[in-house]
Design a protein around this ligand. Structure first.
Ligand code: NAD
Length: 502
């Protein structure tokens, strides 16, 4: 079975070994003429092919296509947008195995998670498709002498820039609401995992999306990404990636006053109190850092454990981490696959020396797992102090840092003592404490006695260095749409008369 899945992925990406992966502009595949960059298979380190960095002219063409398609698409009735986006979802479902296989090949994510992530992509399209007819809905705000009413209209052509960790799911999460709102899109996927974005744009056109509504350009961040965020005809940038890239995009877009929506990094705490259901907490702690190869923005990369249960909990944790199955991402039994790239493997690996140097213990792992690809052993650092780099920096790999705390105040102080604020996880049976801690944690999303279980109508996003804005439900439309107020006079209010003899 694993080799069949790998064959499926190799088949789907075969055209890009014969010819470099280019762009998709105005409903057409465009080979491109820009410089080439390599794409690697993270599980073998071998080349999967090459892709092209869009030239300035190609990027301009993509933005021009999105700009000219906007007039028609923004006025397409919501019901028609809804029907088209459901067709996109149908086709994603029909090709879910192939999409999942491409994610395993290109991003090194494991089959057990990717088979669900592809279907989640379809769900994202369905969720926002259903809301397209009501996207422009406003409010009536009557007052004496006037009826005020609000409407919403799509902001214009938008840029969507996505990272490499779960590329397909994240792209659909940003692109589906933009299209449902009536915006047109230029998407730039990450250069380390560009293939599933190509499948998505092809599927969208097969479903009947008009040319120019959804364009995809490949390229590097500092060239194509920068030009896209500086382009005067792009009205907003929806970005998922590192916090420092978010800062760069804010600078790049400042000249043209871009609206930005940022989903950035995290160093999320999971706080385990001594009254918690410790078996369930243990399952959740392991799941939330070692799934998706630890390359997950909402991963609980810091476990804060109450002193009274610390040693027994950590002992059990060590046993579980040692048993994690690292291997071929296509194998359904594999729990942890490779990291995305040699450079990322080097970054993640560098923290073992940092941990030891700072006085933490490398309880499990702490080194590459060997083999040809970019595998890193599931790692647990214990005895860490909150000031250490392993407790402060986003490592973005299967690496967990354990920190002890004494009481509620101490837990909250340690949880909040980082630059990030994306998610927080709290384990306790004390309802009052759950409410108090949730209230004081500096994070956009809190899960109590649970792992990261998403409900699409709820807001998703972070505070502090973890982001600006929220996605999900109507929050996505707030970003992709402009609100207008119309004040309609009933004719009986007194207008102040100027220039008239008193
Ligand atoms: P990254 O910031 O390096 O790259 C993300 C995208 O930005 C890529 O497409 C890249 O080409 C582009 N880019 C880079 N420099 C740019 C520039 N100057 N202008 C415009 N675009 C530019 O991030 P990454 O390494 O691909 O992804 C990992 C990061 O993403 C982690 O920090 C992770 O936490 C974050 N992430 C956040 C969420 C969330 O929802 N908060 C979700 C997934 C990943």
């Amino acid at each position: 079975m694993p080799s069949t899945r790998r064959d499926l992925a190799l088949g789907a990406t075969a055209p890009f070994r014969d010819r470099p992966l280019g762009h998709y502009i105005d409903g057409q595949s465009v080979d491109g003429t820009g410089s080439l960059f390599p794409v690697f298979d993270p599980s073998t380190g071998e080349s999967l092919g090459e892709a092209r960095d869009a030239t300035e002219g190609e990027l301009d063409q993509a933005v021009a296509a999105a700009t000219s398609a906007f007039d028609q698409w923004s006025r397409t009735p919501g019901n028609e947008r809804k029907a088209l986006l459901h067709k996109v979802a149908d086709l994603i479902e029909a090709r879910a195995e192939e999409i999942a296989a491409v994610e395993c090949l290109d991003a090194g994510q494991t089959w057990r998670f990717m088979s669900k992530a592809a279907l989640r992509g379809a769900e994202n399209f369905r969720f926002f498709a259903d809301r397209a007819p009501g996207a422009a809905d406003g409010q009536a705000l009557p007052t004496a002498g006037h009826l005020n009413y609000t409407t919403r209209s799509p902001i214009g052509p938008v840029a969507v820039i996505t990272p490499w960790n779960t590329p397909f799911m994240l792209s659909t999460w940003k692109i589906a609401p933009a299209l449902a709102a009536g915006c047109t899109v230029v998407h730039k996927p990450a250069e380390w995992s560009p293939y599933s974005a190509r499948l998505l744009v092809e599927i969208a056109h097969e479903a009947g999306l008009p040319a120019g509504v959804f364009n995809a350009v490949n390229g590097l961040g500092e060239t194509t990404g920068r030009r896209l965020t500086e382009h005067p005809d792009i009205k907003a940038v929806a970005f998922v990636g590192e916090s420092k890239t978010g800062s760069a995009i804010m600078r790049q877009g400042s000249e043209t006053l871009k609206r930005v929506h940022f989903e950035l990094g995290g160093k999320n705490p999971v706080i385990v109190f001594d009254d918690a259901d410790l078996d369930r907490a243990l399952d959740a702690v392991v799941f939330m850092i070692y799934s998706l190869n630890g390359q997950r923005c909402t991963s609980s990369s810091r476990v804060l454990v109450q002193r009274s249960i610390h040693d027994t909990f950590i002992a059990k944790l060590i046993e579980r981490v040692k048993q994690l199955k690292v291997g071929d991402p296509f194998d359904a039994a594999t729990e942890v696959g490779p990291l995305i790239h040699q450079r990322h493997l080097e970054k993640v690996s560098s923290y073992a020396a940092v941990a030891s140097g700072e006085g933490a213990t490398v309880a499990v792992g702490g080194a590459p797992a060997g083999g040809q690809g970019y595998f890193y052993a599931p790692t647990l650092y214990t005895g860490a102090d909150i000031s250490m780099r392993i407790a402060q920096e986003e490592i973005f790999g299967p690496v967990l840092t354990a920190i002890v705390f004494d009481d509620e105040e101490d837990a909250i102080a340690k949880a909040n003592a980082v630059d990030y604020g994306l998610a927080g996880y709290v384990w306790t049976r004390d309802l009052g404490r759950a409410l108090r801690v949730s209230d004081r944690l500096e994070a956009g999303m809190i899960w109590v006695n649970s792992e990261n279980v998403r409900h699409l109508p709820t807001p998703f996003g972070g505070v502090k260095a973890s982001g600006i804005g929220r996605d999900g439900g109507d929050w996505s439309f707030d970003f992709y749409m402009e609100t207008k107020n119309v004040a309609l006079a009933t004719g009986d209010h007194k207008i102040m008369r100027l220039g008239v003899a008193q």
